[in-house]
Design a protein around this ligand. Structure first.
Ligand code: PLP
Length: 418
């Protein structure tokens, strides 16, 4: 499952091309140094720490500095040093992150944005126009659904809902004007599993792009491009950042032409990741593998505990053999991740009470940090899906299982469940 090679230097896009100055491919500050790795193929954990992360050529600083700067001195008009002219177009800290993101997913191009939704918006407004149609999942992040249903719909982009966990339902939903098949796997908050390879066949038969929101799995657990997806979307706010201290998003594609178009729109629309935020995400990514291993093993223990609990009617975790997507998840994921949802036997108020009573599990939105979080999706993260095909059960509780001692986490849940 390990990601692609560091062999990116010849795929690197000219940062100045994205800015539209026509100076040709940027020779980034690190591009010469990248070549020392060009012919090596490293495993994921190595790429996470080294891809795009060359020591600073001037000082030898081992960690990419935070280039907290908006503009760059030119040596004569158009004489850019390293291809940088203005930080919306390109910034060295962001470039380092973007090269890292591309390497981790085995794609030719990675792009970093101010948030996951900014990445999604840039993608959708790059690949669709009024009159086009998108197939969306019946289980997705509430903010993604809001972007389709409240924002893009006003610009004349049509959407319809399919059960992306059933490939035939997706095939039936595709129309002649379908440009995008969107899926999230595992999905938020119901932990549904979509078969990425099966959806890739449908998208390639029909000419639509397959977009996979890989936020829950991270590239360590799942490699959508290798399974046939066209674009991978992240909220780097979650596992990639991993410490609940940054909001960010990313797109990765292996299609160089699409990557160029996305980079053009990233600059033209402007929702870029800032230097400090880029640095925080890079810092998080260095430990992604070890964190995901612990998130996954803690979550597996918790799912097992919840399965035997009398107050719980259903546990949603793809690692459980009874989960309907278990076999597909086992085929396409390295482990099953740190997200667990469950339904309370006594209904909505009882579910809310569990959230209120938990102590070590912090009551809050978001996910993917080292600390455990608990929330009630119906009233919190997914309130915007109320009354729609994406409405979530009111007795549902979602856990983002952190990397604390699992015994302490189990004791907290035991107490909160009463
Ligand atoms: C959080 C989240 C998003 C949105 O990302 P932001 O960084 O909050 O804009 C998209 N998809 C999934 C699965 C998420 O969990």
């Amino acid at each position: 499952m390990a990601g692609g090679a560091v062999n990116r230097a010849h795929h690197r896009l000219g940062v100045t091309e994205a800015a539209g100055t026509g100076n040709g491919p940027g020779r980034g500050l690190r591009s010469g140094l990248m070549s020392e790795h060009e012919h090596h193929h490293y495993a994921f954990e190595t790429l996470a720490i080294h891809a795009g992360q060359e020591a600073d050529p001037q000082t030898g600083a081992v960690v990419t500095p935070i280039y907290q700067v908006s503009t760059y001195k030119q040596d004569g008009v158009g004489g850019l040093r390293g291809g940088y002219e203005y930080s919306r177009s390109a910034n060295p800290t962001r470039t380092a992150l973007e090269e890292n993101l591309a390497a981790l997913d085995g794609g030719r191009r990675g792009l970093a944005f101010a948030s996951g939704l900014a990445a999604e918006d840039t993608l959708l407004r790059t690949v669709t126009k009024p009159g086009d149609h998108i197939v969306i999942p019946n289980d997705a992040y509430g903010g993604t659904f809001r972007l389709f249903s409240k924002v893009l719909s006003r610009w004349g982009v049509e959407w319809s809902v399919a059960n992306t966990h059933d490939p035939e339902s997706v095939r039936a939903a595709v129309r002649p004007n379908t440009k995008v098949i969107w899926t999230e796997t595992p999905s938020n908050p119901l932990l549904g599993i979509a078969d990425i390879s099966a959806l890739a066949h449908i998208s390639h038969d029909t000419g639509a792009l397959l977009v996979v929101d890989n936020t829950f799995a991270s590239p360590y657990l799942q490699q959508p491009l290798a399974l046939g997806a066209d674009v991978v979307v992240y909220s780097t706010t979650k596992y990639m950042g991993g410490h609940s201290d940054v909001v960010g998003g990313a797109l990765v594609t292996d299609d160089a032409a699409l990557g160029e178009e996305l980079a053009y729109h990233q600059n033209a629309m402007g929702a870029v990741a800032g230097p400090f935020d880029s640095w925080l995400v890079m810092r998080g990514i260095k430990t992604l593998g070890v964190r995901m291993d612990r998130h996954s093993s803690n979550a597996a223990r918790i799912a097992e505990f919840l399965t035997g609990h009398p107050k719980i009617s259903q546990v949603l975790y793809p690692g459980l053999p009874e989960h309907p997507g278990h076999e597909v998840a086992a085929k396409q994921m390295r482990a099953f991740g740190g997200m667990v949802s469950f339904r309370h036997r006594d209904g909505e108020e009882a579910a809310v009470q569990v959230c209120n009573r938990a102590e070590l599990f912090t009551l809050g939105e978001s996910l993917g940090g080292v600390e455990s979080l608990i929330e009630h999706p119906g009233r919190m993260t997914h309130a915007s899906a109320a009354g729609s095909a994406l409405e979530v059960p009111s007795d549902l509780v979602r856990l983002s299982v952190g990397i604390e001692s699992v015994d302490d986490l189990l004791a907290d849940l035991q107490r909160a469940l009463g």
